[in-house]
Write a protein that binds this ligand. Structure first.
Ligand SMILES: C[S@@+](CC[C@H](N)C(=O)[O-])C[C@H]1O[C@@H](n2cnc3c(N)ncnc32)[C@H](O)[C@@H]1O
Length: 152
């Protein structure tokens, strides 16, 4: 199965080894591709709507024709078991795409086009931390699907 994760911006040095840790652990379950898209611009010289629209365009270009799941603070709350079942369903299709918003969040355009919007918690994380949590949940999801022991 191929899993694509699209996230605006770059990964900070201090999180790189943690992200690499999960990329390595996920290798036996899926072919993972993380695409870092360009940020939409500087809030000091541009308004937030223009920045969000630019980021959305960069993200949509990276997605291509695939449907996608959007990580959204205002999305539906799912348990790790439900999340695992989402992976299981898309496994039959062979691919799955996740989108994370940038520092300002996501545009309405992305919200409208997402096949599903999910929330990780009521807390707000940076886009990089959201990536890390998503990777751990994907790993957890595969462990649940495979009925393998993990942290409970
Ligand atoms: C810094 S947050 C954006 C905050 C922005 N004020 C908003 O309301 O969306 C960056 C991105 O990380 C992801 N994210 C952060 N916390 C999240 C959570 N609890 N659930 C789902 N996604 C989250 C979302 O994709 C979000 O667009």
């Amino acid at each position: 199965m191929k899993i694509k994760i699209i996230v605006p911006g770059k990964l900070s040095k201090h999180l790189k080894s943690a992200v690499d840790f999960y990329i390595k652990r996920l290798k036996r379950f899926a072919k993972l591709e993380i695409i870092y898209t360009k940020l939409g611009g500087d809030l000091n010289v541009m308004d937030s709507k223009t920045i969000l629209n630019k980021e959305a365009q960069n993200i949509l270009n990276a997605i291509g024709k695939a449907d996608f799941i959007l990580l959204d603070l205002h999305g539906e709350k799912v348990t790790s078991e439900q999340f695992a079942r989402m992976i299981e369903t898309d496994r039959l299709k062979g691919n799955m795409t996740f989108v994370i918003g940038g520092p300002l969040g996501v545009s309405e355009l992305l919200r409208d086009q997402a096949k599903r919007r999910i929330s990780l918690s009521d807390l707000t994380f940076t886009h990089e931390l959201a990536l890390l949590i998503l990777l751990e949940q994907i790993f957890r999801g595969f462990k649940i699907i495979m009925n393998e022991k993990y942290h409970y």
